[in-house]
Every structure is written in structure tokens, then in C-alpha cells.
Design a protein around this ligand. Structure first.
Ligand code: URA
Length: 253
């Protein structure tokens, strides 16, 4: 009896796989890429980068993103994203901007109104302050660094991103970091810091000290929007940025 129901289950799996392949064929796909499957040796998987164990999932909505070799390919793989509930409210998906080989990558929370309208991260008032930190504080141009956010679409009324939205977008940020491979990540504000470090510690405890993000040095600091409300804390951000500059100067490229 048990054997018969297992056979029936197998028949249903095969039938649904066949339907799926026919559907792919009808969509015009003629060749399916050979995936690398999840039972690879852990050392090999570790060598492949930050995204482990899922690259071979042929039917994953993220398969093309995992395989991307450049930021352009990654952007193409994200496409007109409908993977979470934020897409109906967006004007632009805000992917990221800057030098694909940057030594420093800034990671914020998510696009606000100005960023949604322009399709570029940190272009509003908080963005102007970040640009000042980069230009005047660090002596760099925006084009020298890379700037991205944890989530790529604006939440309604700038509310905090919700866990399912962060989860949907997380593979894209991880892949951006994997492709850029910066020397240092500067995580801006509580939300980005806690998401990247998978921590619930308050930003006041996390900021100003080096953390490890998959082998990359990560410096948490306050968000520029917080600094607009609390300008007295700019000096603390400057201390954090000085540590970043020292790290960049002293560590071999
Ligand atoms: N705040 C963010 O966290 N990111 C932006 O792109 C703009 C404002």
C-alpha cells in the first residue's frame, strides 16, 4: 500500500516536471544550463563565494542572478522585479551606483522618495550629506565608491522594510558585494547594520568597531538621515570614517 502511494507520488512529480519543461519550451527556451547541485563539497562551495548551495536550483527565481558575472548581468537578472510586495509602489528599482571595483562600498536601508524618482541611491537630503562625507571628509568622488541599499524598492510612505522584503532582496545585495568585493563596507544606520550583521544589538553598541562580513571588514556608522536630525553626532561618524580611511591606507590592495 505504502509502495503504491509512493509510486503514485513519483508519477505526479514526473508529470508536473514534464508540464514545467513543456512550459519552458513554449516560452522559447531551447537549452537549459547545467547547474551545480547542492551536494558539492563544502570547501568548493565556500570558494564559490557568498551565495552557497543554491546556485544549482534551476527553477529558482534567483538562478540567473546567482550566475551573474558582472553588475550589469546582475541588474539584467533582477529584471522588472515582482519578487516581493513593494513593486507596485515603485517608480524605479534602485539597484546601486558607482565604481564596480570600488575599495569602499556604502550600504544604506532603502530608497526614499527622491531615490525612487531618480533611480539612484542617496540623492535626497540624506544623500547630499553622504556625498559631503565622501567628497569633503574622505577626499573621494561618488564615482570612486559604490553605493547600494539593503532593499531596492521604496517602501510606501518610507516605512521600515519588512522581513519578507529584506529576505527577497538579500541575494541581490550579497551578489553585488560578491562581485565588487570591496575592501571595506560602511553600513549606514541601524537597519543596514543589523540586516548585514544579522544582529539585534543597538547601533550605538555596534558602530565605531570593525565587524566581519564574510571575510570583508565592515564598519557600522550612523545613517546620514539620523545626522540631519542629530548633527551633534557628526563627530562620531567622522571618527568612524577616519578608521575606514586608516584601514584603506594601511592594508595591502
Ligand atoms: N536612505 C537610504 O537608506 N538609502 C537611500 O538610498 C536614501 C536614503
Amino acid at each position: 500500500m505504502a509502495q503504491q502511494s509512493e509510486r503514485e507520488e513519483l508519477r505526479m512529480v514526473v508529470a508536473s516536471l514534464r508540464r514545467h519543461v513543456r512550459w519552458i519550451e513554449r516560452a522559447g527556451v531551447r537549452v537549459l544550463p547545467r547547474g551545480q547541485f547542492v551536494d558539492n563539497k563544502p570547501e568548493e562551495m565556500a570558494e564559490r563565494g557568498l551565495l552557497r548551495g543554491v546556485e544549482g536550483d534551476l527553477f529558482s527565481d534567483y538562478a540567473a542572478a546567482y550566475r551573474a558575472k558582472t553588475l550589469e548581468e546582475l541588474r539584467g537578472a533582477i529584471g522588472d522585479c515582482h519578487r516581493c510586495k513593494l513593486w507596485p509602489g515603485r517608480t524605479h528599482l534602485v539597484f546601486g551606483v558607482g565604481n564596480p571595483h570600488a575599495d569602499i562600498m556604502f550600504v544604506g536601508e532603502g530608497p526614499g522618495r527622491d531615490e525612487d524618482l531618480q533611480g539612484e541611491p542617496f540623492v535626497g537630503r540624506a544623500g547630499q550629506l553622504l556625498t559631503d562625507i565622501i567628497n569633503k571628509g574622505m577626499g573621494l568622488k561618488r564615482e570612486d565608491v559604490y553605493i547600494a541599499n539593503v532593499i531596492k524598492c521604496r517602501p510606501p510612505d518610507n516605512r521600515n522594510p519588512e522581513p519578507d522584503e529584506v529576505e527577497s532582496c538579500e541575494p541581490f545585495l550579497k551578489k553585488q558585494i560578491e562581485l565588487i568585493r570591496p575592501q571595506v563596507i560602511v553600513a549606514l544606520g541601524k537597519f543596514a547594520v543589523q540586516s548585514l550583521l544579522k544582529s539585534k544589538e543597538p547601533i550605538t553598541r555596534l558602530r565605531g568597531i570593525w565587524h566581519d562580513y564574510h571575510g570583508i571588514k565592515l564598519m557600522p556608522t550612523f545613517h546620514p538621515a539620523y545626522l540631519l536630525r542629530n548633527p551633534g553626532d557628526k563627530k562620531l561618524v567622522w571618527e568612524d570614517i577616519k578608521k575606514v580611511l586608516k584601514e584603506l591606507r594601511t592594508s595591502p590592495v
